[in-house]
Design a binder for this molecule. Structure first.
Ligand SMILES: [Zn+2]
Length: 130
């Protein structure tokens, strides 16, 4: 993965963040998932008055990708507030693991210049898989 890819993925996540629907938490998140065939699938968090149906940006991106036939990924960027290094929640880590292995690159940030790079394996050690 090149620096250009990282920046493009972070920019796509930042654009998706603009569509975040978070009237309750005001915690706006965007995600951009890069497939092995170089397509980017974006998502944003979508909150709900009943709370439980709330959808995280990462799962939104995974749902878009899988529903369009993509099942193999190399990286995901997740951006929350600009000064943050927002990481995927536990549920999203498990959902990502369904389609990825430990080597998935995870860019956790706020902007294309402020982010932390890790892997799914570091975020979800000894993950569950049937
Ligand atoms: Zn989540």
């Amino acid at each position: 993965m090149t620096d250009f890819d990282r920046k493009a993925l972070l920019r796509a996540a930042m654009k998706a963040r603009e569509f975040s629907y978070a009237p309750f938490s005001k915690f706006y998140v965007g995600a951009a998932l890069l497939s092995t065939d170089d397509k980017i699938y974006t998502g944003c968090n979508i909150e709900n008055s009943a709370y439980s149906p709330t959808l995280c940006a990462e799962r939104c991106a995974v749902a878009k990708a899988v529903s369009e036939g993509a099942r193999h990924f190399v990286a995901i960027a997740v951006v929350g507030p600009e000064d943050s290094e927002t990481t995927p929640c536990g549920v999203c880590r498990q959902v990502l693991y369904e389609f990825c292995d430990e080597s998935l690159v995870v860019l956790c940030g706020g902007t294309e210049s402020h982010y932390m790079e890790t892997t799914l394996g570091e975020l979800l050690p000894k993950a569950f898989r049937l």
